[in-house]
Design a protein around this ligand. Structure first.
Ligand SMILES: NC(=O)c1ccc[n+]([C@@H]2O[C@H](COP(=O)([O-])OP(=O)(O)OC[C@H]3O[C@@H](n4cnc5c(N)ncnc54)[C@H](O)[C@@H]3O)[C@@H](O)[C@H]2O)c1
Length: 381
């Protein structure tokens, strides 16, 4: 991720100093930048001169002190290890100018904890890019408990300068927006399979061909990596014990070395390429279950003031490729219908995950049932 972020900065006209643990790794990152820029030239997205100019803007530098000594903005993309990142933030804080904003590309770790490793927690922010950053439009800008508004705004402005679409995550919750909503949806699919209510193929077929998601849920889980899904869902369950219960599906697979695409096997066998999801099973799983789970997950984010509906919808469309965001979807389905479906599932399966978020219940009580009432997550003319 680090080299790709350096690349898009340079393509946007910014001077970049890039570092890593050794010259060899820095050179590897630089070679990948060159490879990616060549692809852009081949596809005529940029011309040769723009590629050459971008490369001249990138310097490889040894050590944090020299790398950040004149920085306005530092973006850390080291491995996902809190202690390692805290050490990096501590050292960078000591060398970067007082004006510099320190950002992390972490997918799961606490921005508040990273801020507390520095003497400038108000200037520490999350900038969560999506992979590959050269192509994916979304950046989640994440406020830690001490991050001030100016810092969040500067991160939003920077993302825009890079040609990205930023969304604001106002609270430092695990999973931010995209992985939080996806986490609820993964759990729904995993539980449905685990309880024997539907098969992997039935669920993926419904999600892909009826809901129009770019991938099936199990296919996406394999693509992300089951080790990552396993640790992210456990973190969500520990933060939201009242509403998230991890199904005993992924952990045994991880223990057996089945990590998804990267290990050649997960829910699917990837050794012969991308799985073929059968089209003919699309009617055999009630895709409304995925919809109401996503709407409920989005409602929790609004209820807990993590994000506004517009940003949640933008995040799911640009970060996960969903054809609709969960808030606009909820308004279209009717929030009364969503709550009724959640209650029906709750009665039938007695799982806390189906408990409707209080925000949805309040909206329905007020008659804010979505588009048909001209008021739901959004208001309509
Ligand atoms: N891979 C993804 O899809 C993805 C997406 C969004 C965010 N992220 C986040 O981006 C970060 C990096 O992920 P990645 O997949 O690029 O990891 P990676 O392991 O591919 O790259 C990490 C890089 O950091 C270097 N590094 C290790 N220790 C370092 C140190 N002490 N100082 C400086 N550099 C050091 C490594 O040599 C390596 O080049 C993580 O926080 C991850 O959660 C990853």
């Amino acid at each position: 991720m680090g080299h790709a972020i350096a690349q898009i900065m340079a393509m946007a006209g910014l001077d970049v100093s890039m570092t890593d643990v050794s010259r060899e790794f820095m050179q590897k990152g630089y070679d990948r930048i060159k490879w990616s820029l060549e692809k852009f030239v081949e596809k005529k997205t940029i011309n040769q001169q723009e590629m050459d100019t971008a490369l001249t803007r990138i310097k490889l530098v040894d050590g944090y002190a020299s790398t950040v000594s004149n920085a306005d903005f530092v973006i850390e993309a080291a491995p996902e290890d809190l202690e390692l990142k805290k050490k990096i933030f501590h050292e960078v804080d000591a060398s970067a100018p007082a004006r510099a904003i320190l950002a992390s590309n972490t997918s799961t770790l606490s921005i508040t904890a990273l801020g507390s490793a520095t003497k400038r927690a108000e200037k520490v922010v999350g900038m969560h890019f999506f992979n590959p950053p050269q192509l994916m439009p979304l950046v989640e800008v994440v406020k830690g408990a001490s991050t001030n508004d100016e810092t969040a705004q500067a991160a939003i402005d920077l993302a825009k300068k890079l040609g990205k679409t930023p969304v604001l995550v106002r609270k430092d919750v695990r999973g931010f927006i995209v992985n939080s909503v996806l986490g609820y949806v993964f759990n729904e699919a995993f539980w449905a399979m685990h309880r024997g209510e539907a098969s992997r193929d039935q669920i993926d077929s419904a999600v892909k061909y009826k809901a129009g998601f770019p991938m099936g849920i199990f296919e996406l889980a394999d693509f992300v990596g089951l080790d990552i899904i396993d640790s992210a869902s456990k973190e969500m369950a520990s933060e939201y014990a009242d509403r998230v219960k991890v199904p005993p599906v992924v952990e045994p697979m991880v223990k057996a070395g089945k990590l998804g695409q990267k290990s050649g096997e997960g829910f699917y066998n990837w050794k012969t390429g991308r799985p073929r999801i059968p089209f003919e099973l699309a009617d055999e799983f009630d895709v409304d279950r995925i919809y109401v789970t996503a709407v409920n997950g989005a409602a929790w984010l609004v209820h807990e003031d993590v994000a506004v509906p517009e940003d949640i919808d933008t995040a799911m469309k640009f970060g996960a490729g969903w054809p609709s965001g969960p808030c606009e979807l909820g308004d279209r389905l009717g929030l009364d219908t969503v709550v009724a479906k959640l209650n029906e599932l709750h009665t039938k399966l007695n799982e806390p995950s189906y408990r409707p978020c209080p925000l949805l219940e309040t909206y329905v009580e007020k008659g804010w049932t979505g588009r048909k009432a001209k008021h739901g997550f959004y208001t309509y003319a």
